[in-house]
Each structure stands twice: as structure tokens, then as C-alpha cells.
Design a protein around this ligand. Structure first.
Ligand SMILES: [Zn+2]
Ligand SMILES: [Zn+2]
Length: 458
């Protein structure tokens, strides 16, 4: 009998795209999932990972961080079977709990407003059941994740958002490093990923490549871009306008709030009130609870430094808000219809003296993108059931802040662990293609699609 056994890595989501990121790792009779996300652009059951491709029920799910494309499918998994554990860092567990309860609310609203009968895919009780089976781990702590202890794991700081981690797996000597979402540079609150110093090489790396198509030399460095943003905001304030910054609730909200607060303290940015919206505030509280996970040199301002948005469903509240110069940081980042950023933008675009500044990725299929590329006089609907509004505002721009490593940093990261196999996931086609071209000569480089299985003898 051969002493080798087969190790299989199956891509259940996030292959060839940024989707419902979920990777199954099976060895002998043991199996785990790395992340279990939900597709940010699909709806209903379509948004779930390809659970029917799973070889077996997982013994455990390891979660890299709390973005919904990495953990949004988990409560649904508890409906399919209940005998598994979830492992994550403590901040990620707290964030995940908050994000998933919010998903239930969003899905229930979509069912009401748009008649998507499959929604909600799970309820609050499913989220609570999930949190029950979750175990917290410190960074760099090695723990067993399969019943017979064959698969060992470790979380390592990834620099992406609070509590985010890469995952190192050791399966009878075969080492797999899954980057999760990873940042190579300093952000306002987080330092870059940390190398695993005692580890010279790994056998297989699974690498995200969100920014794989971007040459770092062609984008403004993070802190220079912060100054550009401040300059653009000052111009709007000088005209007595207000600025809307649509943001993701986790990561970008806390970053931008603290960048702007610092620039106000330094006298670079004019002192006007800064407002933060609901889910962004809730996640901010978790940042406050786990300050020790942030870069030790960074200063997290108390949440009370930022004002609360009122009920933005009320037009009078929004009109009052933008009647005085202010900066409004509001979800959602890509301005999905009916979210606070869309409701505020709906009033702002009627005049010319405001500014709407995007600070993250804006997908071409979203209202945010349509607004960003709109021309004067175009009509856009900001609410699903309301009349379109004529866009008079022209000061609509995008600034580049990223919590993901650019391509040179990704290649450097891969080189530092000298793996035999590199599996590239979590990217748009140009990013995946660039990675394939630049890795194929030195590594066994695989760019799998969803549903693909990759096997090694271990
Ligand atoms: Zn992420
Ligand atoms: Zn992601």
C-alpha cells in the first residue's frame, strides 16, 4: 500500500472572481473549509458557495475576517448540518456576529421590497447557533482543527481589517498558507501583514489578488491620497457644501474617520462635523474593544468624536444635515439603492455645491458606478420604488485607498515562502491573468474556477 495519501483542495467560491469565497481542504477522512462567504453581487441561493460540491461534511470552518464575502454563508451551513466548529480570532468573531445579524435584516428588507422569496437565507437564531460553535484563537497560536489532530492551523496577522488573518495549515508536514485578504502596506489604523518568521517555505500557497492588476507605482501612496481627499473636501466646504463619502461598514469607515480626524487635528482639513452611519458605528465599537489588535502607533479616536446620522429616510433630516457644511461617512460603499449613502446622495445631487467622494472599489453594476460615470442632466433612481432624480452635481470623484496588497507586494510575499504550488483566487480576470503570467515560470501556478478540485500526494 502506498504511504502517500491524497490532499484535495476544492474551490467552492471565489475561483476566477471575487465571490462567495470558500475553499475545501480534504485529507483522508478529515476535511475543513477555509472561509465560507456569500457572493456580493448575486441574489438568493445563487449567492451561496457551491455547497453541493463538498466532498464531505466539514469538521471545521476557519474564518479569515468578517467581510461578508468571507463569512456570509456560514449561518446557512449550520442549517445543513450542525456538527462542526468555527475558528477565528476574537475580533473577527465579534465583527462576524454583528455583520451576520445585519445581513438577516438586509435580506428580510429585500424580501419585502423586491419580493425575493428565498430571503432571508438564514435567521437571527441561525446566527446565534453559529456563534455558539465558534472558538476564538490568538494570532500565532497553533491548534488542532480535525478530530484526529491530523490538520493543525494557525492564524497570522494579515493587515486587512481588525482581527484579519492569514491561515497556515500543517497537514502531516504539507504546509498550506492561505493569505485571506491581505495588505502589504500601512493603513491609518493597521500595520501590514506580518511574515511568519520561523517558516522558511510552504508547499502550497492560496493567494488573493484583488489588486493583482495594479502597479503600485501608478497609484498614489495611501497617505498622499489622504491629503488629496482633504484638499477636495476643503474646496467643497469653502463653497458651503457638504461631502458624502460612501464606505463599507468594516474597515474603510473606521480608516477614513480617523484619517479625517487626524487631518483636522493637524490643521490640514477644515473643522466641520464628521458624521458616521449605523453599521459603521457598530463595527467602530468593536475596534474600540480590541485596540491592541491595531497598529501600536495608530490613534483610534473615541467613537463619540463622530456625530450620529439621524433617520435618513426622512428627507427633512437629510436636507438639514447637508444644509450646513459637514462630512458624512455612510454605508454602503458602492451606494446600493435605499442604503444611507444612496438616500443622502439623492438630495445632494440636486445642487452643484456639494461633493461625493468614493474611497473604495466601485463595481460597474452598481448605482455608485452609474453616479460616478454620470453626465450632467442624467436621471438616476436612488430608491427602488421612487422616481429618478436629475443629477446636477458634477463634483463626484473616486479616491484610491486599498486594504489589499498590490501586485508587487503579492509577488514578494509569494517569493518569501518559496512554495511549490500557487493557487490564485479572489480577483477580477485582469488581476488573475497578470498573476498567472508572472508566476507560471517559477511555480506550479493554478488559477482555478469555481468547482475545480486540485489534488496533491502527501
Ligand atoms: Zn475583505
Ligand atoms: Zn474579500
Amino acid at each position: 500500500m502506498s504511504k502517500y495519501r491524497e490532499l484535495t483542495i476544492s474551490i467552492l467560491g471565489g475561483g476566477g472572481e471575487i465571490g462567495a469565497n470558500t475553499i475545501e481542504v480534504c485529507y483522508g477522512s478529515e476535511g475543513i473549509l477555509l472561509d465560507c462567504g456569500i457572493h456580493p453581487k448575486k441574489e438568493g441561493y445563487e449567492a451561496l458557495p457551491e455547497f453541493d460540491m463538498m466532498s464531505r461534511f466539514p469538521d471545521a470552518v476557519l474564518v479569515t475576517h468578517g467581510h461578508i464575502d468571507h463569512c456570509g454563508g456560514l449561518p446557512y451551513l449550520t442549517r445543513l448540518f450542525s456538527h462542526f466548529r468555527v475558528h477565528a480570532t476574537l475580533p473577527t468573531i465579534r465583527i462576524m456576529e454583528r455583520m451576520l445579524h445585519n445581513s438577516v435584516v438586509v435580506m428580510s428588507t429585500l424580501r419585502r421590497e423586491r419580493g425575493i422569496v428565498e430571503y432571508p437565507l438564514y435567521n437571527h437564531e441561525d446566527v446565534e447557533n453559529l456563534i455558539e460553535v465558534t472558538r476564538a484563537h490568538l494570532y500565532k497560536e497553533i491548534f488542532e482543527v480535525s478530530p484526529h489532530g491530523v490538520i493543525k492551523a494557525m492564524f497570522n496577522p494579515a493587515g486587512h481589517v481588525l482581527g484579519s488573518a492569514s491561515i497556515l495549515l500543517d497537514i502531516e508536514g504539507h504546509k498550506i498558507l492561505y493569505t485571506g485578504d491581505i495588505s502589504g502596506g500601512y493603513q491609518e489604523l493597521l500595520g501590514p501583514y506580518e511574515p511568519i518568521e520561523w517558516l522558511d517555505c510552504v508547499d502550497t500557497m492560496i493567494v488573493e489578488c484583488t489588486q493583482g492588476a495594479v502597479d503600485e507605482r501608478q497609484v498614489n501612496p495611501y497617505f498622499d491620497e489622504a491629503l488629496n481627499l482633504a484638499g477636495a473636501i476643503n474646496e467643497v466646504i469653502d463653497r458651503s457644501g457638504s461631502v458624502l463619502i460612501p464606505t463599507f461598514a468594516l474597515g474603510r469607515t473606521q480608516e477614513i474617520a480617523n484619517i479625517l480626524a487626524r487631518l483636522q487635528e493637524e490643521g490640514v482639513l477644515k473643522k466641520v462635523p464628521i458624521y458616521l452611519s449605523g453599521l459603521g458605528r457598530a463595527i467602530y465599537e468593536i475596534y474600540e474593544q480590541f485596540k491592541e489588535y491595531l497598529n501600536e502607533k495608530s490613534i483610534l479616536r473615541p467613537l463619540r468624536s463622530f456625530r450620529k446620522l439621524g433617520n435618513v429616510l426622512d428627507k427633512n433630516v437629510v436636507n438639514q444635515l447637508i444644509g450646513e457644511p459637514s462630512i458624512i461617512i455612510a454605508t454602503s460603499g458602492m451606494m446600493v439603492e435605499n442604503t444611507p449613502s444612496a438616500l443622502i446622495a439623492e438630495r445632494m445631487v440636486m445642487s452643484k455645491h456639494h461633493g461625493i467622494f468614493f474611497v473604495g472599489y466601485v463595481d460597474p453594476d452598481t448605482l455608485g458606478y452609474r453616479l460616478l460615470t454620470s453626465e450632467e442632466g442624467d436621471k438616476l433612481a436612488f430608491q427602488l420604488d421612487a422616481e429618478p432624480v436629475e443629477v446636477k452635481l458634477r463634483n463626484i470623484r473616486r479616491f484610491h485607498f486599498s486594504g489589499h496588497a498590490y501586485r508587487s507586494a503579492l509577488v514578494k510575499l509569494i517569493e518569501s515562502y518559496n512554495p511549490e504550488n500557487v493557487i490564485v483566487v479572489h480577483g477580477d480576470p485582469p488581476a488573475l491573468e497578470w498573476m498567472r503570467e508572472h508566476l507560471k515560470d517559477n511555480y506550479n501556478c493554478i488559477v482555478p474556477g469555481n468547482g475545480e478540485k486540485i489534488s496533491f500526494q502527501v
